[in-house]
Write a protein that binds this ligand. Structure first.
Ligand SMILES: [Fe+2]
Length: 322
């Protein structure tokens, strides 16, 4: 495994780069060095690194922007920030933004190697989970594709939810969780018979009770995958209502996880604005007035306001993720 571990080092001090590099090369890791973000970004675009170690105070990028850009290009890399004593708060803040850990300067070689070994081991364990996760995402897309009416539903719910989360200023990690939960929120519908799921007419009470089981089924399917643990509450609670009249639990207000409240708004809007077996798509204006009408009953009013602001800005109701 060691030969395959690639580490990117970014620091404007060449002595620091060299001392890190010799430490890691002696451990058998592959090392790439860069003295600025400008230099680093082409390497990061070219290949996925296992670990990226970067100074919080690079001359050509803020650490906040750097973490976001690394995440966009290199989703599964572990990011470690480095900082001198006076900048240690920035390094601590970087963990909120999605870095996995930080090292304070001057470095202790033993501590550094222990940290890197631990991360490499963790990444090995995660690799299996990531493959499994990708397979589950493909299954979720297959589920959407099996029904002309819900084609692209999960993808669009994911895009709307991420746009809301970004507008609300949530952290990179929270946005990631919401993105994955958006892609998988209806995975439990795999366990609902086609005769009910694809029924063209109105559902009977008994059939509706079956549909209502999909958050629970989704939770049961995903629970064995450890790396999905932080996404499951969002998937399980995406049909809760602010007034407590939702399912599966009937949670009220802020007891419903924030991400699940975001998914609920995105999910309802996407469903209202697409054709269904039993009705045509509603216009954007009608869907918006429904969201307004159900503020504080079905939906978190703050989230509806944020979403309507985004829709207004976009004009045509389509969210561009970039
Ligand atoms: Fe659902």
């Amino acid at each position: 495994m060691k030969d395959n571990v690639s580490i990117m080092l970014i620091d404007q001090n060449s002595e620091i780069l060299d001392s890190f590099a010799s430490l890691f090369i002696a451990e058998g890791y592959q090392v790439t060095k860069a003295m600025s973000w400008f230099e680093a970004k082409s390497f990061i675009k070219m290949k996925p690194f296992n670990i990226i170690i970067a100074d919080v105070k690079l001359p050509d990028i803020s650490y906040q922007e750097m973490i976001e850009k690394i995440r966009q290009e290199n989703k599964y890399a572990f990011i470690i920030t480095t900082a001198g004593f006076s900048d240690i708060e920035m390094a601590m803040e970087s963990i909120q933004l999605g870095a996995h850990d930080y090292l304070s300067k001057p470095f202790d070689p033993t501590d550094t190697i222990v940290l890197i070994r631990k991360l490499v081991e963790k990444q090995c364990l995660q690799a299996d989970n990531i493959q499994l996760f990708d397979t589950i995402k493909v299954l979720a897309m297959a589920l959407d594709a099996r029904d002309n009416y819900t084609h692209n539903h999960s993808q669009e719910v994911m895009e709307y939810s991420v746009a809301i989360a970004r507008e609300m200023g949530l952290s990179v990690r929270e946005i990631e969780i919401i993105r994955d939960a958006g892609a998988l929120h209806d995975i439990g519908k795999i366990g609902i018979p086609d005769a009910v799921l694809l029924k063209p007419g109105r559902l009977t009470d008994a059939e509706y009770e079956q549909i209502k089981k999909h958050p629970e089924i989704g939770k049961n399917i995903l629970e064995p995958v450890k790396c999905l643990a932080d996404k499951i509450p969002l998937i399980y609670h995406h049909h809760e209502r602010i007034d407590g009249a939702g399912y599966p639990v009937g949670l009220v207000g802020e007891d419903i996880p924030l991400g699940a409240r975001i998914l609920a708004v995105a999910d309802s809007y996407q469903a209202m604005t697409s054709d269904r077996p039993y009705r045509k798509a509603l216009s954007m204006q009608v869907a918006i007035s429904e969201l307004e009408k159900f503020k504080n009953r079905q939906f978190d009013s703050k989230i509806v306001d944020v979403f309507l602001r985004i829709l207004k800005r976009m004009g045509n109701g389509k969210i561009n993720q970039e």
